[in-house]
Design a binder for this molecule. Sequence first.
Ligand SMILES: NC(=O)c1ccc[n+]([C@@H]2O[C@H](COP(=O)([O-])OP(=O)(O)OC[C@H]3O[C@@H](n4cnc5c(N)ncnc54)[C@H](O)[C@@H]3O)[C@@H](O)[C@H]2O)c1
Length: 255
Amino acid sequence: MGILDYFMLHDKKAVVTGGARGIGKASAIALAEVGADVAILDILDADDTVRQIKELGREAYSIKVDLTKEKEVDDAFAQIKKKSGRIDVVFNNAGIAYCVKCEDMTFEEWRKVLAIDLDAVFLVARAAGRYMIADGNGGSIINTASMSGMIVNYPQEQVAYNAAKAGVIHLTKSLACEWAKHNIRVNAISPGYICTDMTPPTSNKAWMDTWFAMSPMKRLGTASEIAGAVVYLASDASTFTTGCNIVIDGGYTCY
Ligand SMILES: NC(=O)c1ccc[n+]([C@@H]2O[C@H](COP(=O)([O-])OP(=O)(O)OC[C@H]3O[C@@H](n4cnc5c(N)ncnc54)[C@H](O)[C@@H]3O)[C@@H](O)[C@H]2O)c1
């Protein structure tokens, strides 16, 4: 086999959370391009992602789900298992950003961010891991963390987001160690500022000027610049890679 063959996911069954738009959408389409069938879990309508995947000749469907709700996550994975038969790859990616000074943040706001940015990552990994362990075929789980899990963003204040993303990085390492014996690899990706609905080019100009002054590449990344790492971690090109955190930030965390 040549090296490119190791990047292929011929007929593998993938699940992408937050695949209605942004990084999740670009990555779901990329996974389909290398041969995977994809189930999308999102609170939003993901019809356009499903349509684009089907145009590539792969199977796709979406389930509307609030990933902060334990029962909804477990029910969605039961449906996926029934419909797809197998779960080989999970891109555990849905999330929200929230910027407010800590002293002004309510506990409800803190809980809301943690619920999707950390609790849901656990709920999705647990649901997928249970099926992967029971089936005995191994698998690959890729969690979306952020450079915010390693550095403190400036000048915006986002204590809950930063804390949640740091949690995702260590949850990833912990699961990698627990599940290596089941041949389940668990890795994270940590994007820097990526041009999506979460970080649009119309973001606060003073913030963007500060970000670019602090960044070697001085621009936002694109969702498709993240998708390659997702394909690598999903595929057999990365069979010795687990517990790692691939940082894709245009060099931001180097300074
Ligand atoms: N864009 C960036 O600058 C950036 C940087 C670092 C990390 N990230 C991370 O990348 C991931 C994807 O972000 P994006 O930039 O594509 O943002 P996005 O807002 O375009 O996409 C996020 C997706 O998650 C879904 N989602 C949110 N809450 C949900 C819930 N409760 N249940 C189900 N789905 C839910 C949304 O509907 C949306 O489709 C997030 O985890 C985010 O924290 C983004």
